[in-house]
Design a protein around this ligand. Structure first.
Ligand code: GFB
Length: 319
């Protein structure tokens, strides 16, 4: 049985993807907890798709712990439009980092997957063991395949080399530092922008993609960061196969989400659904029993999280 590896405040911790939604939240959380030896690089300084560059970086820096939050991510339209990059970039990033971690004796690595790795029609709520039991949702199949490969890579290195690499499957995330671009974003930041701009411009209606019927579970990214540090500190590969879901345990239809954001933003017009746009997976509510049993649960309500995100959007997004 493997030992739980303890992260000290002086441990050298590499956050891959520190400027993204997830990575920036991890950085905030670690700084808040007093971790003093954080390591990060921008994509201009280190192209994580470049194996040689990643190997050299690990050899020179020798991080002890790795949060692998770097990824090519996006909403339903971006996934459907750029399948080649979603597969290639993610495969390169994760294989380079996981292999370099092994070659440089990283003590523990935490890899971020996504709830879209599970079968499109998985029974709800989705347990970790449903992985690879059915067909994937076509709009994000390449991204899901890359993420499944990352999980299997972690499991394979653990099995063959006795490493300590764990995989976290977050549900749909949102929060400060999110992407609010209407072509590439996820639904929640997209709707914040759409309702805000409609209010400011005095528009009559806001268009919401799809039928409004799909249900999604939304987790505020600071809660994910808190769970991730908790797991890095407390969860080991001996704990049931190295994979753990992170979510709130509650979901909401896209139609109800639109009503909630409309209320928070203060838009008085109509909501119109464009059913020519894809719905994607009908529902993906995660079973979070494994995480709850370890003693963690999400703290931020959807309404509070949207309020914080909207405030951040108004103060920071000038596009
Ligand atoms: O968040 P989203 O893009 O991704 O879309 P997925 C969720 C639902 O919201 C879909 C609807 O049914 C969309 O049709 N939707 C309504 C909108 N209006 C909008 C809008 O203005 N923008 C967007 N983006 N959606 C992603 C995967 O799936 O989830 C990724 O593609 C990843 O791989 C991520 O796993 C967590 O939840 O459908």
């Amino acid at each position: 049985m493997r030992e739980i590896v303890v992260m000290k405040l002086s441990s050298k911790i590499y956050i891959a993807g520190h400027r993204g939604l997830v990575g920036s939240a991890i950085k905030r959380r670690l700084e808040q907890l007093g971790y003093q030896n954080l390591l990060y690089r921008t994509s201009a300084e280190l192209d994580l798709r470049d194996q040689k560059a990643v190997d050299t970086f690990f050899k020179n820096e020798k991080p002890e712990f790795v949060f692998l939050a770097a990824a090519k991510v996006g909403g339903i339209l971006a996934n459907n439009t750029y399948p080649a990059e979603f597969l290639y970039d993610n495969l390169m990033i994760e294989t380079n980092i996981i292999n370099a971690s092994y070659n440089n004796s990283v003590k523990k690595l935490l890899f971020f997957g996504s709830s879209c790795i599970y079968p499109k029609f998985a029974s709800q709520p989705i347990k970790e063991e449903y992985l690879l039991t059915g067909e994937l949702e076509p709009t994000n199949e390449p991204y899901a395949i890359a993420k499944i490969t990352g999980i299997k890579l972690c499991e394979s290195y653990n099995r063959q080399y006795n490493t300590n690499y764990i995989s976290v499957m977050p549900t749909n995330l949102y929060g400060i530092n999110d992407n609010f671009d209407l072509q590439s974003s996820h639904v929640l930041p997209a709707l914040i922008r759409k309702f805000h701009e409609a209010k400011v411009m005095g528009k009559e209606f806001v268009e919401v993609w799809g039928t409004g019927n799909p249900k999604r579970e939304f987790l505020y990214v600071d809660d994910l960061a808190d769970a991730s540090v908790f797991l890095m500190e407390n969860f080991g590969t001996k704990d049931k196969g190295s994979l753990v879901n992170v979510g709130t345990g509650k979901d909401i239809s896209i139609a109800d989400l639109a009503k909630l954001i409309k209320k928070i933003v203060g838009f008085n017009g109509e909501i119109r659904f464009d059913s020519s746009k894809p719905d994607g997976t009908p529902r993906k509510l995660l079973d979070v029993t494994r995480l709850t049993n370890l003693g963690w649960q999400a703290q931020t309500s959807l309404e509070d999280g949207i309020n914080k995100t909207y405030k951040w959007f108004i103060e920071n997004d000038h596009s």
